[in-house]
Design a protein around this ligand. Sequence first.
Ligand SMILES: Cc1ncc(COP(=O)(O)O)c(C=O)c1O
Length: 391
Amino acid sequence: MKYNFDEIIDRHNTGAIKIEKCKALFGTDDLIPLWVADMDFRTPDFITNSIAKRLEHPILGYTTPCEDYYKSVIHWIEKQHQWKVDRQWFGFLPGIVPGLAFGVNAFTQPNDEIIVQPPVYPPFLNVPTKNDRKVVFNPLKEINGRFEMDFDDLERKITGRTRLFILCNPHNPGGRIWERETLIRLAEICYKHGILVISDEIHSDMALPGNRHIPFATASELAEQNSITYMAPSKTFNMAGLISSSYIIPNRDIRKRFSEFLENSELANGNIFAYFAAKAAYENGSEWLKQMIQYIQGNLEYVVDFLQKNIPQIVPMIPQASFLIWLDCNGMNMNSNELQDFMVHKAGLGLNKGTTFGPGGERRLRLNIGCPRSILEQAMKQLKKAIDELD
Ligand SMILES: Cc1ncc(COP(=O)(O)O)c(C=O)c1O
């Protein structure tokens, strides 16, 4: 079967955040929304059919995930990432951002320090702060057009109050797939200082051609025994509204503490459709995913080529995974506010403002390319026109 990613689907009046929150965020909804990280592709039919099938039964009572659900996730992780996950290590998680808050509350106290690597997905900064923890920055360095970790800086930043490190693997917004050596070194440092690692691997199924994701916990024994991994079908299969994720914790003591935290707060359950949809995605999703990745790669090549030829003052960081591009707009000679204003009011584009990703986000923007090519073509046309009018 050939899936159609060119189809334009109107998302108005469906509660889509990408559309509904434009006015609040950009001051207008008269723009092409290329921000929130979901895709404008049809959620695959094997997922929507699984929900329709469950609806054929007339009772939607209290529901627990069946063993087949667990089997499907475990099998998927082994097939995708060559990681043999024991059934005991694994549990349902109602969303990864909630999972960040659960991890923060289960393993740290107010005023404890949590290290993150900006520029990074904004909840990594906001969730600890809102929970009265201190966020410590270990900024990523940009070397030869991609992000690298700075371990000297990391070791300098660790204090007696550092309890947690939140890793973005693959990295959002840089699309960086971390190499095994990098993960091994990170695991050593964190283990040595008694710092637990939460590895957010929500983008892990979407390695772009020529790249392979390495789950943090598979990097070394130290990584395996000192980490919590989060994975989900939500980004991969465009089903974020169903709220369905998993945690994987190989170490028994860490797992006990985390699962007790979830159970004591009654946070361990999902909704009926989450289980059925996730199982359907993992059992049937390989071919759809392959075609989706090919389409995204085409979108990436299109945008990179267009910018190089027409707008060299905007330089894309080439992602190794997922459907987001981090744009360096230093060549535009605008500060971050001017840049956002220009994109919204002159180019008619709604992109994520770089500064929301923390230090290193100045004069940067994040562009979502998970949409039909024709929308990107229109966006690039509008951008070029607006830039030409500046001269
Ligand atoms: C790194 C990362 N983690 C988590 C999420 C969202 O996770 P969830 O929808 O399960 O809360 C996103 C969405 O953009 C993300 O990029």
